[in-house]
Design a protein around this ligand. Structure first.
Ligand code: SF4
Length: 76
């Protein structure tokens, strides 16, 4: 099974929540104040990265608490 995290970055409001919860996978950008999904590939402004099972929980938590609802975590 593979797990994918998706970040619809354009609508990120830079609240810091995902970074606080999952600092191994998220950073704040000093450039524009939005978060950055580490290791992700960008396509049309949407960022995706495959993660391992051990990162699933914290990223799922981040997705649930994201006030802008711009994080998705999917298992395939
Ligand atoms: S929790 Fe959501 S809105 Fe807040 S910084 Fe992360 S992606 Fe952006």
């Amino acid at each position: 099974m593979s797990i994918r995290v998706t970040h619809y970055r354009a609508k990120c409001i830079g609240c810091f929540g995902c970074v606080a919860l999952a600092p191994d996978r998220w950073r704040m950008s000093k450039k524009d104040g939005k978060s950055v999904l580490l290791g992700a590939n960008e396509k049309k402004g949407v960022y995706t990265v495959a993660i391992e099972e051990d990162e699933f929980r914290v990223n799922e938590k981040a997705a649930k608490m994201c006030p802008a609802r711009v994080i998705q975590v999917n298992k395939y």
